[in-house]
Design a protein around this ligand. Structure first.
Ligand code: ADP
Ligand code: MG
Length: 377
């Protein structure tokens, strides 16, 4: 398809522009978000800009945010008579951020509330999902910086202590990114909580100190990348922050999980068929599927309907290492729910639309439609 695209590049570029203009004039009002956040999971899309390099290669933007807040995907097609054509599919989630939105915009809209929730003893989780190169690490790193700056205010003012650790889940192994990639483990305690074993927790006192620890982890992760065939896109990186209130030590501690997920294209990896690689691919697929199942099961439970009624809810967190680690985020026996934001990251290039479509389908599945309120008799 790539060669076919380049043969007809200008046709596709012009046609997308035409269709976008048409779609703008065919609808009148800017519809608001389709947001149905009765439960605590929001799913947003972030379409990154084309990089300088991609522009240099003559790529065309095949995923666009329209004025109505939807993500439109344009797929090149070849008609029977050999003429090029385009297919459009639209997706609407809680919000679609286009290439002009920066990380701070998303933070202001969606993440500062999560930080506040953590400061008051709640639990929050941010997950970045998408294929390799879609902007997950860019988004999570940028967000970490803003989250840390805000949270460390409380430490500097003496209100709370912040504890943090950063680790990687690769296949069914976990490695400490603040302790020379030493292997770590996980155990379920008698109360059903999952405890990390052997992880090095740090207690930074300023945001500079915290951010330099993030850099250490990032450095370690990328060193591995060059030696091990892009390992970083094949593992999940998790930064866990715990906030302990010093003024009222008995109040529950807040926690924030920031998760840079493994590349979602793993399922399409047909280049490398080594046994080890295939097992790893299976584990990544399983973990991303299980993650979706856990998020859906919890959302169903929280709106109390269908199979997962309040009494019997099955959250299949045991199926993968990733979901074991994140268990507390899905745990319905927790007294307080975890506020979750999923950012589905999109590479806008028309050459990647197949992957982008998969990402948006996954994002859609995370959203459990909230039943309409019954009219009062
Ligand atoms: P991933 O972690 O999903 O593999 P990266 O975060 O490494 O993807 O992003 C791929 C490339 O795109 C990087 O060069 C990154 O700097 C760039 N990039 C990603 N998101 C943005 C953005 N919102 N604005 C500008 N550049 C971006
Ligand atoms: Mg990355």
């Amino acid at each position: 398809m790539d060669a076919y695209f380049f043969e007809n590049r200008d046709f596709f570029a012009n046609r997308i522009e035409e269709l976008e203009i048409l779609s703008r004039s065919s609808r009148t009002a800017e519809s608001s978000d389709q947001s149905t956040e009765v439960h605590d999971t929001a799913v947003c899309v972030r379409i990154r800009p084309l990089t300088e390099e991609e522009i240099g290669w003559d790529h065309v933007q095949g995923v666009l945010r329209d004025n109505f807040g939807a993500a439109n995907i344009y797929e090149p097609r070849r008609k029977v008579n050999g003429k090029p054509d385009l297919n459009r599919t639209s997706f609407t989630l809680d919000h679609v951020y286009g290439p002009d939105s920066n990380t701070k915009d998303i933070y202001n809209d969606r993440v500062q509330d999560l930080v506040q929730w953590v400061g008051s003893g709640g639990m929050s989780m941010l997950l970045a999902y998408g294929q390799t190169g879609s902007g997950k690490t860019f988004t999570v790193s940028g967000m970490e910086k803003l989250v840390v700056e805000k949270l460390m205010d409380g430490t500097v003012s003496g209100k709370w202590d912040v504890h943090m650790c950063i680790f990687e889940v690769a296949g069914s192994n976990m490695y400490d990114l603040l302790n020379e990639r030493k292997p770590i483990g996980i155990l379920e305690d008698p109360f059903g909580a999952m405890q990390l074993v052997g992880v090095l927790e740090k207690k930074p006192t300023t945001s500079e100190e915290f951010l330099s620890l993030i850099d250490v982890a990032k450095e370690l992760r990328s060193t591995e990348t060059t030696t091990k065939n892009d390992q970083s896109s094949r593992s999940h990186a998790i930064c866990r922050i715990r906030v302990v209130n010093k003024e009222s030590p008995n109040s529950p501690e807040g926690s924030f999980l920031l998760v840079d997920l493994a590349g979602s294209e793993a399922s399409a990896d047909t280049q490398n068929h080594s046994r080890e690689r295939m097992a790893e691919t299976r584990e990544i697929n399983k973990s991303l599927t299980t993650l979706k199942d856990c998020i859906r099961a919890r959302a169903l439970w929280s709106i109390g309907r269908g199979e997962a009624s309040q009494k019997h809810v099955h959250i299949p967190f045991r199926t993968s290492k990733l979901t074991q680690v994140l268990k507390s985020a899905f745990d319905v026996s927790n007294t307080q729910t975890c506020k979750t934001l999923v950012i589905a990251c999109i590479n806008p290039s028309i050459l990647d639309v197949a992957h982008s479509k998969n990402t948006l389908r996954y994002a859609e599945m995370l959203k459990v439609p909230v039943p309409k309120a019954k009219p009062r008799p």
